[in-house]
Each structure stands twice: as structure tokens, then as C-alpha cells.
Ligand binder design. Structure first.
Ligand SMILES: N[C@@H](CCC(=O)N[C@@H](CS)C(=O)NCC(=O)O)C(=O)O
Ligand SMILES: [Fe+2]
Length: 354
């Protein structure tokens, strides 16, 4: 079975795609965004997948790729089109070359025009194509920066993408209106730049008059992407594992396991966010923990020590997950939720939970 997820980066309106093989657990990411590395790895972990490769559709102008970060974290392959000018990849794909994950294969189709190295990835088995910025929903990538060429883009769309079966689903790298997918047939008919009887000259005339503003991040993004997103200081800024083996969740908070807390109680401050009466109940409480019920947390942040990392705890780990977000918003930077809450803690200590 194919696992398929479309993920969104709000700042740059970028779509990242996760594709996985349920049977083998092998997965790939198309166009991951630097700032979303923990989110994407959390999802991969929670779906019991293992990242085999990152594929970029091109050298992006509006965000930095997470390719380098993901290679550091998982030792995955990094793939880009041969003409991209990008260093730091280990697979430079030519037209027709495939990247496999489990029983599935993504076929690289060279589709230059927005940039020289633009590559679309075709999952023939499921009639899906990931077109990067070559073809957007009722639009296309601009051709007025990097190595843009309207003539090349027109030919890439007409000769490569529009020759695929019309039911082929199209997944672009961006959408600025919140639209998610389209199809070859739909774009052939309704794309106002490239569909119907529009000629190459018509298209060039359209593109010469787009008058789009200069992208806000291009001067930073393109140089970084030419090194696969490797930061100048070669440091991973999102690795918050310094004070313990934390795990980020796709739900958006950090967690720590009970076994680690047991051995490191002196290094952290445990914040119990249950109601007072629960503390006297059968699950007991963690020695040394301070109690501030979740409903009072926001107004009592001043009572919480700032000199140690915080571990939030409740009965099952749900209210404390909410608390860990409140704590982050309140300026506490080292915060984690206790996985499984007091139930998990008691299971470790063989305390009956009822
Ligand atoms: N406002 C955005 C524009 C980003 C932009 O120009 N995106 C490129 C793709 S890298 C594009 O082709 N956009 C097509 C469009 O805006 O119609 C920014 O400043 O980042
Ligand atoms: Fe782009």
C-alpha cells in the first residue's frame, strides 16, 4: 500500500510530499522545507517509516530546502536534477532515471523553464506527478529569475507533462490560494497560460507581463539551496535534544520518556498540571514535583523555576501536552511533556493505576 501525505509550509506556501511503502517502510520526501524538519521527521516516525531519500524539484528561490538537515539526521540520499547546479546531493538525476522506495518508483522528468534543473517526479503506478514550479494549479512558475525561460517552460509542459494520461493527478510545489491538486486533463483545458489553443508566443507574451514583485527570500534562499540547504556554520538549529532524548511529535510538542525522567529527576523541574484532588489519588505524584492545575497555569507562570528544564505531567499526557505549549508561549524554552503521563510513570514503577 502507498502512503501519501501532502504537507504545507505556511510562510512560503510550499507543499512537501511524503510517499511511503507500507510493506517495507521505505519513504521519500519531495521538497522538504528547512524549518519543517522536525515536523516531517515526526510524521515519518509516527507512521513507522524510514526516510530513504529526499528529492528536490529544483533550486528554490523562496525557501531553503531541508535536504542537508535530513541527510544529517537520517543519512538518506539527496536527489536533484542534473542541471540544477546544486552541490551536496549524491543522486543527480537525468531524464527518465528512477528513484525507488520499496516497491514504488519515481521517474525523473526533466522539465526546465522555471530554472534549468527543474525536474518533475512521476509516480506512474498511481498516476501522480509532482511538478515543482513547472506547472502550478491554473498557473506556472515564473520565468523572470534564476535561469528562467518561457520558451523552455512552454515546451516542458506541452511536450512532457501534457503528454501523460489526462487522469494523471498533478501535485505542485506551491499554491498561493490553498488549492491542493489538479490533473493533466484539467490543466490542458483550463490553464489560462498553457491550456487550450494557447501558442508559445501567446505564453511568452503572458509571462513577459506578469510583473511579480521580487521574491522576499531569494537572495538568501538560492545561495543556501545551491549547497542543498547546508547552513554556513554547519549546525542543525532545530536539534533540541541537548538536555535529554526528546522526541518531537507531529501534534507539535516535545516529549520525554518516563525511564529517562526516573534517572534524571534531579536535573529537571517536574510540573504537575492535574487538579489538586488527583494528586491524592491512586496514581500518586512524582517526588519533588510542583502542582499548578492546567486552568491556573497561565496566571501562575511566575512561580515556575527558570533554572532547569521543565517536564510537564498529568494523568495520561494530554493536559500536560497543552501545558507544554503554554509554557513555550510563556517564554520557557526547555520544555517537554512526559510520555503517557502518570499512567506511564506508574507502569514503570509497577503501581496499579486503578
Ligand atoms: N511572494 C512570494 C513569491 C514567491 C515566488 O515568486 N514564487 C515563485 C516560485 S519560486 C513563482 O514562480 N511564483 C509564481 C507566482 O507567484 O505566480 C515571495 O516573495 O516569496
Ligand atoms: Fe521555484
Amino acid at each position: 500500500m502507498l502512503i501519501f501525505r501532502q504537507l504545507f509550509d505556511e510562510r512560503s506556501s510550499t507543499y512537501t510530499y511524503l510517499l511511503g511503502d507500507r510493506e517495507t517502510g521505505d519513504a521519500v520526501l519531495i521538497d522538504p522545507v528547512f524549518e519543517q524538519v522536525n515536523r516531517d521527521l515526526a510524521l515519518i516516525h509516527e507512521l513507522c517509516l524510514s526516510l530513504k531519500a529526499v528529492l528536490d524539484t529544483h533550486c528554490h528561490a523562496d525557501h531553503v530546502t531541508a535536504a542537508w538537515l535530513l541527510k544529517q539526521r537520517t543519512d538518506c540520499d539527496v536527489a536533484v536534477g542534473l542541471g540544477s547546479g546544486v552541490s551536496g546531493a549524491n543522486l543527480y538525476l537525468t531524464d527518465g532515471e528512477c528513484v525507488c522506495f520499496g516497491q514504488y518508483a519515481l521517474k525523473a522528468l526533466s522539465t526546465p523553464g522555471h530554472t534549468n534543473g527543474c525536474t518533475s517526479y512521476f509516480l506512474e503506478s498511481h498516476s501522480k506527478i509532482f511538478t515543482g514550479d513547472t506547472l502550478l494549479i491554473r498557473g506556472c512558475g515564473r520565468t523572470d529569475f534564476q535561469e528562467g525561460s518561457s520558451v523552455e517552460l512552454f515546451r516542458s509542459v506541452r511536450d512532457k507533462i501534457f503528454t501523460l494520461p489526462s487522469h494523471t493527478e498533478i501535485y505542485p510545489a506551491h499554491d498561493y490560494r490553498g488549492l491542493t491538486a489538479t490533473s493533466v486533463g484539467e490543466e490542458q483545458q483550463h490553464n489560462p497560460r498553457l491550456g487550450g489553443k494557447i501558442s508559445e508566443t501567446d505564453f511568452v507574451g503572458y509571462m513577459n507581463n506578469l510583473n511579480l514583485p521580487y521574491p522576499s527570500n531569494i537572495d538568501f534562499s538560492v545561495p543556501a539551496n545551491l549547497f542543498s540547504g547546508e547552513p554556513e556554520n554547519k549546525k542543525d538549529p532545530f536539534d533540541e535534544k541537548q538536555w535529554g532524548p526528546l522526541r518531537y511529535t507531529f501534534a507539535g510538542f516535545w516529549e520525554i520518556e518516563a525511564y529517562w525522567l526516573q534517572e534524571n529527576l534531579d536535573k529537571v523541574c517536574v510540573l504537575d498540571v492535574r487538579e489538586i484532588e488527583e494528586r491524592d489519588g491512586p496514581l500518586g505524584f512524582i517526588t519533588g514535583s510542583i502542582l499548578i492545575p492546567l486552568g491556573q497555569l497561565e496566571s501562575r507562570l511566575r512561580e515556575i523555576p527558570k533554572d532547569k528544564p521543565l517536564v510537564a505531567v498529568c494523568r495520561a499526557g494530554s493536559r500536560s501536552a497543552r501545558a507544554s505549549l503554554t509554557l513555550k508561549e510563556g517564554g520557557f524554552s526547555q520544555v517537554a511533556n512526559l510520555t503517557g503521563g502518570m499512567l506511564g510513570w506508574c507502569a514503570l514503577h509497577h503501581v496499579p493505576s486503578d
